[in-house]
Ligand binder design. Structure first.
Ligand SMILES: Cc1cc2nc3c(=O)[nH]c(=O)nc-3n(C[C@H](O)[C@H](O)[C@H](O)COP(=O)(O)OP(=O)(O)OC[C@H]3O[C@@H](n4cnc5c(N)ncnc54)[C@H](O)[C@@H]3O)c2cc1C
Length: 392
């Protein structure tokens, strides 16, 4: 097989990149190791920055998002049994965020791609990338039990944190930076209308809790739990009791309960791989970096990487200039490190450190008080949360 751009991974990064390239008349092929059903039902992100919504609109993938997406004007911070509203439009000059599940974005992009191309192969697992330094890198992959080769002008590794693209970089070129956090998130999906209009980020006595939503009838909730926790350690009643305790305030509010339909535990980690380009191989999204979900940045960073990759590849295609491609890694990493910093700060400010003491708890509360008492401090949070502008 031969194509211009070989894309490994049919998650949000790979599918969006394929769409952007296809609309610019650039031929590409997407290889996805999983089945369509698996890719469409993997529960993950749900908070979209304005730039992510704009990118989906730009490539004609926002019809359902326009109808079902929930536009949010802010978030609520809870601590010391108080609630505080952080008003994004007021603090950022009009910016908002939108709640729309990653599963739905993936469904929308897959449907478009299967309807009018480019080619998307499911159960096609890339096993090696050969000659990334040459003008014709080759992806070897296994599809329907048969090993095949895809010869490309460029390859983009959108194959997530456990993919193979990152490992193709020579060890002498790769630099990695990582940080593990001493807690995880227990996430549940519940068939119950959200008990709030905005996301609630709570620093309760027992630790962190987040109230989010997927639709007017489905809530998504998270609890800080110790590392190595198994979902079955937490029967449903225990989850609801702990969530209610962490969200508790001295006002008339209570958490609605309902049937829990999914439960999973996610460890918290920050990881950055530098650089994000080697020869004619680019990395995008979780293949190059992951952040703890507290700042809601992972999916949004994946989208900003592929927007930059698409611009650079389209510029090369239209003008023959590789100027943007030469700056791809530097431009992405600048944004990646800002998101890494923000996600780290939000995580440390809102979680109970199992090794921390009363002094550190008081510092956390002082940081939260500063945000709720000072407009510049709140504006800094709002600017990062709604998304820093693309560098171009
Ligand atoms: C619980 C949770 C909550 C989150 N909440 C948020 C949030 O609110 N906001 C936010 O922005 N982010 C959030 N994230 C992060 C977000 O989901 C990820 O950053 C996002 O999925 C990255 O997209 P991606 O396309 O880069 O990678 P992935 O979604 O991981 O996609 C990679 C794809 O590549 C495929 N693949 C892997 N290896 C191969 C191979 N060898 N050959 C072919 N295909 C391969 C995989 O099957 C997969 O489909 C959350 C994550 C979790 C786990």
């Amino acid at each position: 097989m031969r194509t211009t751009i070989g894309i490994i991974g049919g998650g949000p990064a790979g599918l969006l990149l394929a769409r952007l390239l296809h609309r610019a008349g650039i031929d590409c092929v997407v290889l996805e190791s999983r089945t369509r059903a698996y890719a469409e039902h993997r529960q993950r992100a749900g908070m979209l920055e304005q730039g992510t919504v704009d990118a989906l609109r730009e490539c004609g993938a926002a019809d359902r998002l326009e109808v079902d997406g929930l536009v949010h004007n802010g978030i609520e911070l809870r601590f010391d049994r108080e609630r505080h509203h952080i008003d994004f439009p007021v603090l950022t000059g009009g910016r908002t965020v939108t709640i729309y599940a990653q599963t739905e974005i993936v469904k929308d992009l897959i449907a478009l791609q299967l309807a009018d191309g480019p080619q998307l192969l499911f159960e096609a697992e890339a096993v090696a990338i050969e000659r990334p330094e040459s003008d014709t890198p080759v992806v070897r992959f296994v599809h329907q039990g048969r090993e095949q080769s895809l010869t490309c002008d460029w390859v983009v590794g959108c194959d997530g944190f456990h993919g193979i693209a990152r490992d193709t970089f020579p060890a002498a070129l790769s630099r990695t930076y990582e940080h593990d956090y001493p807690y995880s998130w227990l996430g549940v999906l519940a068939d119950v209308p959200p008990s709030c209009e905005e996301l609630i980020y709570a620093r309760g006595e027992g630790g962190f809790a987040l109230h989010s939503m997927r639709s007017p009838s489905v809530s998504r909730l998270y609890l800080q739990v110790p590392n190595e926790t198994f979902p079955d350690d937490w029967p449903d009643e225990r989850i609801w009791d702990e969530l209610s305790a962490r969200f508790a305030i001295d006002a008339d509010w209570h958490l609605e309960r309902g049937p829990i339909t999914a439960k999973s535990v996610t460890p918290m980690r920050s990881y950055v791989h530098e650089p994000m380009r080697h020869g004619r191989l680019l990395l995008a999204g979780d293949a190059a970096h992951i952040v703890p979900p507290t700042g809601a940045k992972g999916l949004n960073l994946a989208v900003s990487d592929v927007r930059l990759a698409a611009r650079a590849l389209i510029e090369l295609h239209r003008t023959g200039s590789a100027q943007l491609l030469d700056r791809y890694s530097e431009l992405c990493l600048d944004r990646v490190w800002q998101a890494t910093r923000f996600s780290y700060d939000m995580t440390r400010m809102l979680h109970a450190d199992p090794d921390g003491d009363a002094f550190e708890h008081r510092l956390q509360l002082a940081r939260l008080r500063r945000i709720t008492a000072s407009r510049p401090a709140a504006a800094e949070l709002a600017a990062n949360y709604t998304g820093l502008p693309l560098p171009l």
